[in-house]
Design a binder for this molecule. Sequence first.
Ligand code: MN
Length: 234
Amino acid sequence: MSKSLFSLPEPLLIPVRGEEAGFPIGRIFCVGRNYAAHAAEMGVEVDREAPFYFTKSAANAVLSGGSAPYPQGTENFHYEMELALAIGKPVFKATPDEARAAIYGYGCALDMTRRDLQIRERKKQRPWDLGKDLEQGSVFAPLTKAEDWGPVSDQRIWLTLDGETKQDASLAELIWSVEEIICHLSGFYHLRPGDLILTGTPAGVGPALPGQTMLGEIDGLDPVSLKLSAADQK
Ligand code: MN
C-alpha cells in the first residue's frame, strides 16, 4: 500500500550545535533510578542487578524554550532533569567500544512526570504510562556532538525552578555509566540513529506549578527550559 489516508507529523528535529541539519527524534528510552539519592527520595533501594527502562513517545516530545499547559489528570506534576544520549549509529549487543562509538551527541532534557499517577500505578503493579508518557512530557535542548563534549565524568547537573536551585548533582553519581546503559539496552533493541536515551534524574525532584519556569543545565551543554502555563480548557 503506498497511499496514506492522512499524514502524520514529521519527526521533531532537535537542533545540533554547529550543524545546519537537526537530529530527528526516533524512540525515547528512559532509565529508571540511576542516582542513588533519587532512588532514596522515591522510597526504593537501588540495586546493581540491572538497569530498567520505560519509554516515552517521540510524538509527545517538545523542544526547549517553549511553554506547555499544566497537564490533565495530575495534582503533582514533577520535573526531572536528565542527561540525554543521542544515538547516531546502529548498534546491537554493543561492546563498550561500540557503545561509545554509537553516541552521536549529548543534551539536556526534562523527563516531566505526573508523579501521583506514576506512584498510584506502581503501587497497583500497573504500567507507568499515564504518569510518564504525557503530551509535551519530554523536553530537549539543542544537542552537542560527542567530539565537542565529554566524556561523561564529573560534570555538574542541576535544575532551577523560578531561579531557585532544586536539583544539584554530578554526573559522577550515575549508577550505570552511559556505556553500560547502551551495552545493556542494545541487548534488547537494535538501537539506531534517532534513538534517545534519558539517563535518569538526580535527587531533588519536585512539583512545578502553572506560571513557573524550569531551567536545567549540565556543564558545557546548552540548557533546557520549559515554562508551564495554565491547564488546557476544553
Ligand atoms: Mn526520569
